[in-house]
Design a protein. Structure first.
Length: 155
């Protein structure tokens, strides 16, 4: 079995998991925002956090490890501009993702408290959700850009 192709396949699969989970999470979280049912919001938020732990986090780890292994075995220059751009974009996406995870946990706590007390959501929930939404855009656009850079490998 060819190790390079195996690692490349793992790299592609983990990028697909990272991107696909991000899109899925964004869809379900955004859909839950527009319901008045706190239990639906809580369900979406709880499972978003679970998906991040089960899928996003491992993919975030596998991506640079497999990417650096591929790079060291491919003959490309580590500092070609398109590769340097992918490093920067990946770091920016990660810096957007970390507060998003924290926000998701806060949203879950706010929802649990509102459900427990049979009360309305505080304004903090809506402020945090808007920040969560805004932080998703640079990560999404960044990962799409990384896909293009990896496919086209512009010189």
């Amino acid at each position: 079995m060819d190790t390079y192709l195996t690692v490349k396949t793992l790299h592609i699969l983990s990028s697909t998991i990272l991107f696909g989970t991000g899109i899925g999470i964004a869809f379900f979280m955004l859909r839950s925002y527009f319901t008045d049912n706190l239990h639906e919001k809580f369900y979406a938020t709880r499972n978003t956090i679970l998906a991040d732990y089960l899928f996003t986090f491992p993919a975030v780890i596998v991506q640079p490890l497999s990417g650096f292994w591929l790079l060291s075995n491919s003959g490309y220059n580590w500092m070609d501009w398109w590769l340097a751009a992918t490093y920067i974009i990946y770091i920016i996406a990660g810096l957007c993702w970390l507060p998003v995870v924290y926000i998701q946990i806060q949203l879950k706590k706010l929802l649990a408290k509102a459900i427990e007390n049979n009360s309305v959501l505080p304004d903090r929930y809506f402020r945090l959700f808007k920040i969560w939404f805004v932080l998703g855009w640079p990560a999404f656009i960044g990962l799409v850009t990384v896909f293009f850079l990896m496919v086209f490998k512009p010189v």
